[in-house]
Design a binder for this molecule. Structure first.
Ligand SMILES: [Zn+2]
Length: 277
């Protein structure tokens, strides 16, 4: 399942061929969107933003294409006149003079003006995007301390898109391990320095995973593990998917549990249930 960093990478790819360019033709695969084709054509794309798994392609006319990738949506970019080799269903085709950006398979797509964006059922509910460059550590701390979130367990909060959009299953395990926090603990029970560390690791892990295309271990350690002959799947995470393997910090065997119906991995030594005395 794609998480924030993967969607942001797809958005970057689309932005590279569209932003600042005039879209000459627009083609929608869904009949109810056909009426927007001529309204969007001829306008330029100003930005490609993400809100969790949703992508917003903004036009200078004030209209925005909202697309949610769900589990199977996939963006391609190609130089014209090439087309991607795929048997998937074409949903959006945006053509500039030189390139095409194409979305396949996703079905949750809409064209919205600014007012409709504000009221959109998904967008109005989700929290700030975990990869938003403007998101700061104090803002994450503030969100953790919000009455809506402060009494929730970290394990459930870190899958909730209303808390931070773009957070996901592997990031949850990696962030909580890096912060030394058991997933059953709640923001309300954390000391000030624990909240600080958690906010810092939240931003650090998400941004690193985006930069490295899905690797959360620190660059120096990743290099060492690669030099030791480990493949991508074996070196990329600290704890996620590493049940029974030694913790990379203390060598205790990593444990697996289920929280929010998804697998969660922890180190029993590095992430004690009780606040250290
Ligand atoms: Zn450990």
């Amino acid at each position: 399942m794609p998480e924030g960093p993967e969607i942001r990478l797809a958005a970057d790819k689309v932005a590279k061929v569209l932003v600042g360019n005039r879209v000459e033709t627009v083609n929608f695969g869904l009949p109810q969107l056909k009426r927007f084709e001529s309204r969007l054509a001829g306008n330029s794309v100003t930005a490609v933003e993400t809100r969790g798994k949703a992508m917003l392609t903004r036009f200078d006319s004030g209209l925005t294409i909202y697309s949610h990738n769900q589990l199977y949506g996939r963006w391609y970019t190609v130089r014209r006149p090439r087309m991607p080799r795929t048997s998937r269903q074409l949903r959006i085709e945006l053509c500039t003079r030189t390139h095409k950006a194409l979305l396949y398979s996703a079905s949750d797509i809409d064209v919205l003006d600014e007012d409709e964006l504000q009221k959109h059922p998904f967008l109005s509910r989700v929290g700030p995007d975990i990869l938003d460059r403007a998101l700061t550590k104090p803002q994450v701390v503030e969100r953790l301390c919000d009455p809506v979130f402060r009494n929730r367990s970290l394990g459930s909060l870190y899958l909730d898109q209303r808390f931070l959009a773009g957070n996901g299953n592997y990031l949850r395990s990696e962030i909580l391990w890096a912060s030394g926090l058991d997933p059953q603990r709640k923001p309300a029970g954390l000391a000030a320095d624990e909240l600080e560390t958690l906010a810092e690791e939240t931003l650090r892990m998400a941004r690193r995973s985006y930069r490295t295309r899905g690797v959360t271990v620190a660059p120096a350690l990743a290099r060492k593990l690669k030099a030791d002959g480990l493949g991508y799947a074996a070196y990329r995470f600290y704890v996620f998917g590493r049940e029974g393997r030694p913790c990379r910090r203390c060598e205790s065997p990593i444990e697996r549990r289920t929280m929010g119906s998804r697998n969660l991995f922890t180190c029993p030594t590095c992430q004690p249930l009780q606040m250290p005395a």
